[in-house]
Design a binder for this molecule. Structure first.
Ligand SMILES: [Zn+2]
Length: 441
């Protein structure tokens, strides 16, 4: 099992070039971890803008080196994982797109190769760059999006007992797995660990400690991956109990689902909210979400994908709508706003923050803004603060219509400026107009 995980995630083992190896430009290379730790803000910024300097010439040089070394040695040299869904096509051969771009940067005069963590491998960066240079890029597997995942999660048919009670095994197992992905734990878990930790999780929330049931049911619903012999028996009866006991299979979320809920904040909150809304209406979902580690600040934040993993973003309008609707069913105004449940408040607040940042398109939303900072954060985001226009204590709500993205200057004016009351009125109008403008796109 360990060997399987290593081959699945080579970047976890060999993050960076081997000791003593020289870069393409002849300079010694420093391991990625060290480079990341010592990157100044300016050079981190540089890495993100550096892609623009690349031409076909450097890409083809990297392709030639890839041909010479072969895939494994090339990826190991530059510290990239295998591209699973997104590949560059040159003369009928396919290449790991992100690794090629990272290596190509080292062929620019005076430049070093970029590490996997220096830039995102998504359609917006690597895909856009390669296509704008006239290359063909393929997506082998159509990317799973948050929207498609929600549809899949909402289609489960949890078991109902003869007295009509809906069993919580499958929703609980999914939240447990999403929480583990969010913590960065490996996708596939040994059966002994699943049996213990998922078993205890089920028991803490009112079900019997028998993880084989939800794991088998979710496998047949396409929402769980199980290693080991086939066929996997149906979920009900005693067959699965015996099958899991004798095979001890590693299992976990299917890879596209895992990657999405691990790295995409949008998908994480959408998945948690869909499961709560659809299956946990009448139970203490507050405690369940907390226990799964899904009720923390930052739950809606994206994380930089490891290796060459592509995380597909939903179209802006679709994502904005979904984030506005957290806990609110189909309407964009929450029927549940004000419901005093802590963890869902966290999901809603974090979703609303993310929605406001999307709506801002990276700029201060104050109509009186006189200038934003030119710098960006370490994560590559503009320096913006998302604020309730009216303080929560004074009746403000965790809803994008009542929140605003401000640069530090405008934020200070809103908090301490003598014109703050007038500004507050203007901000309510602007937030409302911008909110409606997105919804009517
Ligand atoms: Zn401003």
């Amino acid at each position: 099992m360990l060997a399987y995980e290593r081959s699945e995630y080579p970047h976890l083992r060999t993050n960076g070039p081997q000791h003593g190896e020289l870069a393409a430009n002849g300079l010694p290379m420093i391991g990625n971890r060290l480079r990341l730790a010592t990157l100044s803000d300016a050079s981190a910024y540089h890495c993100r803008v550096a892609l623009r300097e690349l031409s076909r010439h450097e890409i083809l040089q990297a392709v030639a080196e890839y041909d010479r070394l072969g895939q494994d040695r090339f990826l190991e040299k530059y510290g990239f994982g295998k591209a699973r869904s997104y590949r560059l096509v040159v003369d009928g051969k396919t290449y790991d797109s992100k690794a090629i771009v990272g290596a190509a940067h080292g062929f620019l005069p005076g430049r070093e190769p970029l590490a996997a963590a220096d830039f995102s491998g998504g359609a917006a960066t690597v895909g856009h760059l390669l296509s704008s240079l006239g290359f063909q890029v393929t997506q082998a597997v159509p990317g799973l999006t948050a929207g498609k995942l929600v549809v899949q999660l909402s289609a489960l048919r949890p078991y109902r007992s003869p007295d009509g009670r809906q069993a919580l095994y499958q929703p609980l197992a999914l939240l447990w797995a999403v929480g583990r992905a969010h913590q960065g734990l490996a996708r596939m878990t040994e059966w002994s660990e699943t049996e213990t930790t998922l078993g205890e999780f089920l028991e803490r929330h009112g079900e019997h400690p028998r993880p084989n049931y939800p794991v088998a049911a979710l496998y047949h619903a396409g929402l769980w991956d199980i290693a080991g012999p086939r066929p996997v028996p149906p979920a009900h009866g005693n067959a699965p109990l015996r099958w899991f006991a004798s095979n001890q299979p590693a299992s976990g979320l299917p890879e596209p689902v895992y990657n999405l809920v691990r790295y995409s904040g949008e998908a994480r909150v959408a998945a948690a909210a869909a499961i709560v809304d659809k299956y946990l209406e009448n139970v203490d979902y507050d405690a369940i979400l907390s226990d799964a580690g899904l009720a923390t600040a930052g739950i809606a934040d994206d994380e930089v994908p490891a290796g060459d993993i592509i995380v597909v973003r939903s179209p802006l309008v679709e994502e904005y709508r979904r984030l506005c609707g957290i806990g609110a069913g189909a309407s964009d105004r929450g029927a549940r706003l004000g419901r005093p449940r802590v963890s869902v408040d966290v999901l809603r607040l974090e979703s609303a923050r993310r929605a406001v940042l999307l709506r801002s398109e990276g700029h201060c939303e104050s109509p009186r803004c006189t200038g934003e900072p030119q710098d960006i954060t370490d994560a590559g985001h503009p320096i913006l603060e998302v604020d309730h226009i009216q303080d929560l204590a004074k009746g403000g709500l965790d809803h994008p219509e009542q929140m605003i993205a401000l640069c530090p200057n405008c934020h200070a004016i809103k908090t301490r400026g003598c014109t703050r009351e007038r500004l507050r009125h203007e901000l309510f109008m602007v937030a409302g107009q911008r909110h409606q403008a997105i919804l009517s796109r």
